[in-house]
Design a protein around this ligand. Structure first.
Ligand SMILES: CC(=O)SCCNC(=O)CCNC(=O)[C@H](O)C(C)(C)COP(=O)(O)OP(=O)(O)OC[C@H]1O[C@@H](n2cnc3c(N)ncnc32)[C@H](O)[C@@H]1OP(=O)(O)O
Length: 386
């Protein structure tokens, strides 16, 4: 197997992009990544996208984006894994380089969720849940996560306040990220007063509906200048899965897909959770942040909630998380999110993050992209030069 390096990154701002189509957003991010890599050729393109067909009436994104970007003829496919579509596509790119089949590939994540009324997008997102037994009851992803959170609060006798600190931290970091959707910090008081969406998940507990595209260029590490300090190596990119239907899970509070994906990633990378310099979790909802920190092996979820308020997860803390705002602050254009996470982790490992949110001398960065309530999970571990 060849070692794989990230040699270029690109991203559009995350916001409502009513003036730009899916392909325009994707090609913008792709060309930025090619410029960054100083390349003008690729021999493979993998596109992460979840809802192009449902919301933009545009499928067949692999060939479409390759053609529109000037690369008609190369291998180009779309990869779908619900909200983990971006990282699922990233894994295909990594495998193409690691296997020696390709010399230089691009992975693009793209999504447009804001063209329709919010209820329409929320309904489209819910197609990733169990259609026969869950969405047919009217359950959205906010509602499914609300059920998990209610169970967790009941078992641990918790109030809403401990959950405020993850969104507060995410919005704090997002204010320094020029690509983030929300550039305003929020307070615990604002969180507690925010409008309720699905009890106990309120507006400020939830990631937003958003549009955006992000891209990375991958190449074999051994064919590159090894002393290039901007090179970031992909040590692991591993998938775990669980039942799509929440009611089939034996334990609602243990994300088994996350556990499998993280354990496989740590094994492939030859690392333990203690060696990770920063973690980009899939913080679509605060309960998902707490449960994924536990299932990844960092600490139990109740401990994570206690640490959320004491600086442990801050930029200068023991394990910085959501360093550029996470899904909550940067925004969550679902099929693009996994690539935004990798782009941001690469910026951190290169030392190119905005100074207020640059982690000091990071060595290993971990990203985790989750589809559904944890049915498809991709954990990636990256290594920088410092
Ligand atoms: C595995 C997974 O990732 S599952 C997750 C998949 N993603 C989702 O399920 C998306 C969840 N989020 C949502 O459905 C929506 O963002 C909701 C329901 C939380 C809010 O939507 P709405 O109530 O329609 O909010 P609306 O779009 O009207 O915005 C109202 C205001 O709140 C702001 N806002 C909207 N969403 C958020 C948010 N999540 N956080 C903070 N502010 C928000 C808007 O900017 C707007 O501000 P303004 O009045 O200053 O312009």
């Amino acid at each position: 197997m060849k070692r794989v390096a990230i040699i270029g990154i690109g991203q559009t701002p995350v916001r409502e992009h009513w003036d730009r189509s899916l392909r325009e957003l994707a090609v913008d991010a792709l060309w930025q990544a090619l410029d960054d890599a100083q390349r003008n050729e690729i021999d493979g393109l993998y596109v992460g996208n979840m809802l192009g067909g449902v919301l933009s009436e545009q499928e067949h994104l692999g060939a479409l984006i390759a053609d529109f970007a000037g690369f008609a003829g190369i291998e180009a496919v779309k990869v779908e894994g619900a909200c983990a579509s971006g990282a699922a596509a990233f894994r295909q790119g990594v495998l193409a380089i690691a296997s020696g089949q390709k010399k230089c590939v691009a992975v693009v994540g793209v999504e447009k969720l804001t063209e329709h009324a919010g209820w329409h997008s929320t309904g489209a997102l819910a197609t990733a849940a169990d259609a026969d037994f869950e969405t047919s009851l009217g359950l959205t992803f906010v509602a499914l996560n609300a059920l998990i959170k209610q169970r967790f609060m009941f078992e641990h006798k918790l109030t809403k306040e401990p959950f405020a600190h993850f969104p507060v931290l995410a919005h704090h970091n997002a204010q320094y990220n020029p690509h983030a959707m929300f550039r305003q910090p929020i307070s615990v008081e604002q969180y507690l007063k925010a409008k309720m969406i699905a009890e106990p998940i309120n507006l400020l507990d939830s990631s937003p509906i958003a549009d955006g595209a992000a891209a990375v260029i991958l190449a074999p590490l051994d064919e590159l200048q090894k002393n290039d300090r901007r090179l970031v190596e992909v040590l692991a990119c591993e998938v775990g899965t669980d039942s799509v239907a929440l009611h089939d899970r034996k334990n609602l509070l243990m994300l088994q897909g996350v556990q499998m994906s993280a354990q496989r990633a740590f094994k492939t990378a030859g690392l333990t959770p203690r060696e990770i310099s920063f973690f980009e979790p899939h913080d679509a909802f605060s309960i998902m942040t707490a449960l994924s920190i536990e299932a990844s092996g960092f600490m139990i979820a109740t401990e994570a909630l206690k640490h959320a308020d004491n600086g442990y997860f801050a930029i200068d803390g023991r394990l910085p998380i959501c360093t550029m705002g996470g899904l909550k602050g940067r925004g969550h254009p679902v099929g693009a999110t996994g690539i935004y996470q990798v782009v941001e982790a690469t910026m951190q490992l290169r030392g190119e993050a905005p100074s207020a949110i640059q982690v000091a001398r990071p060595r290993y960065g971990m990203t985790q992209n989750i589809g559904g309530t944890g049915a498809t999970v991709v954990t990636t571990i990256l290594k920088g030069k410092s």
